[in-house]
Every structure is written in C-alpha cells, then in structure tokens.
Design a binder for this molecule. Structure first.
Ligand SMILES: C[S@@+](CC[C@H](N)C(=O)[O-])C[C@H]1O[C@@H](n2cnc3c(N)ncnc32)[C@H](O)[C@@H]1O
Length: 235
C-alpha cells in the first residue's frame, strides 16, 4: 500500500501586506477552504492532466499559485482574472515568489469578460471565490472598476442581494468555458443559498453539483461547491 502524498504548503503571500496591495484580499478562511477542496481532489485533478485552468477573482494569487503547484506535472496554462489591477500584479508576484511563473497569466477584467468567447469549452479547472457577503446593491463594485483603492477593496467582499449579484452574472460563462470533462469549484456561504445554486446550474446548464467541503469560520458557514457536466466522468 502506498503512503498518502504529503500536504502541499500554502503559497507565501507576505507581500500582500505592502501598501501597493492595500486593496487586495488577503488569504483567509474562505481561501484556505478552497485550497483544501482542491487538495482533497489532488489525484483526480492530476489524472485529468489539465491544459487550461482559470481562477476568476484571483486576489493575492494564492489559489492560482496553489493550482500551479498542485498541477506542476501537467504544466497547465493558468488564467487569473480580477477586476482590481493591484490584484493582477499581486497574483503575478505570488506566482513568482513561489516558483510558479511559466503559464500564469493575469488579466484585468470583470469575471471572464473578453476571454469566455475565445476559451469556449477549453477550461478544465475553473475556480471562483467570489465577493459573497450580503450587502446593498450599491456596494457591489461593477466595471469599469474605480481607480480608488478603498472602493476596490469592497470588490473583495460586497456581493449585493443574497451575496449573489456578482456570481449570478457568471453562470453563463461557466457553461461557455468548461471543457467537456471540466470541473468548477465555487466558494459560497449559507446566505447565498448553495443548494439553490446547485439546483439552478443543474436545471439551466446540466451541471451536476455537490458540496465538496464545508466549515464554520466565525459567523460564516462556508462551503465549496463542485460542478461537472452531467454524464462527465471523473478522471
Ligand atoms: C473573496 S476575494 C477572493 C480572492 C482570492 N481568490 C482568494 O481566494 O483569496 C474576491 C475577489 O474577486 C474579485 N472580484 C470582485 N468582483 C469581480 C469581478 N466582477 N470580476 C473579477 N474579479 C472580481 C475581487 O477583487 C477579489 O480579488
């Protein structure tokens, strides 16, 4: 019997504390739960040999970098989008300081705008830890993103009504981007009504969803949802 592979270390992100990154989301419990969900599926993800991965809302770049480390053998191209240009710069720096440079691309855009068309059906691993906190709609940061660091910081958490306003705009892109055997991981909290999300993506796009991991962190009931196309087999 072979022994289990050791855990991968969390990428270094100490540079996020620097003033030029003051609007960038510092990795927190939600980030770490997403890393845990990816690591839990390490064998499955590696056996898929993904050619293209995408993280939407990459923030510090901790998750995109972790994906690069987890899938090192497959050497996928990793696209990391964020509405915040400081997050784009921070993502590239996190990749660099952790030795993940080749194949990591940071793009300033909203969601996957400008990429979804040309990457239709190509993304094998798609991840999104969205701004999920319930707020009034006016707090949601919409494109074009303001240049002021304070407003951009709100992009990290302000999710509008039910914390769903940003992520609800992303559903058509999930269907467009995912490759036939692709997998999509999404962070949510209880207030986002995760079971309703699973039901909606199943009925509207034929995506089979489940709760991959869940955890209580302070007052948040966090979970990571995992989706595949109905009928797609795990690798
Ligand atoms: C909760 S933070 C997650 C950051 C990082 N992925 C992590 O797990 O630590 C949400 C991220 O989404 C970004 N974001 C918010 N609205 C966005 C949009 N419309 N398009 C792209 N990124 C967006 C924010 O700037 C922020 O970096």
């Amino acid at each position: 019997m072979s022994s289990p592979s050791p855990s991968l270390p969390t990428p270094y992100t100490t540079h996020v504390a620097r003033p030029e990154y003051r609007s960038v989301y510092e990795p927190a419990e939600d980030t770490f739960l997403l890393l845990d969900a990816l690591e839990q599926d390490r064998d499955e993800l590696r056996s898929m040999a993904p050619a293209v991965c995408m993280e939407v809302g990459s923030g510090s770049g901790c998750v995109a970098t972790f994906l690069g480390q987890l899938l090192e053998g497959a050497r996928p191209c990793i696209w990391a989008t964020d509405i915040n240009p400081a997050a784009n710069r921070c993502t590239l720096e996190t990749g660099r300081v952790n030795g993940v440079r080749a194949g990591l691309e940071a793009v300033q855009t909203s969601l996957a705008r400008g990429l979804a068309g040309r990457m239709r059906g190509m993304v094998d691993v798609l991840v999104f830890n969205p701004p999920y906190v319930v707020t009034v709609s006016e707090e949601v940061v919409r494109p074009p993103a303001p240049g002021n660091g304070r407003d951009l910081a709100a992009a990290a958490w302000a999710g509008g009504v039910d914390g769903r306003e940003v992520v609800d705009e992303f559903w058509p892109d999930v269907d467009t981007l995912l490759s036939p055997g692709g997998v999509f991981y999404l962070v949510a909290i209880a207030e986002n009504r995760p079971l309703e999300i699973i039901g909606y993506l199943a009925s509207r796009f034929g995506l089979a969803g489940s709760v991959a991991l869940s955890r209580k962190a302070g007052c948040e009931h966090l979970c990571v949802l995992k989706f595949r196309r109905h009928g797609a087999l795990a690798a």
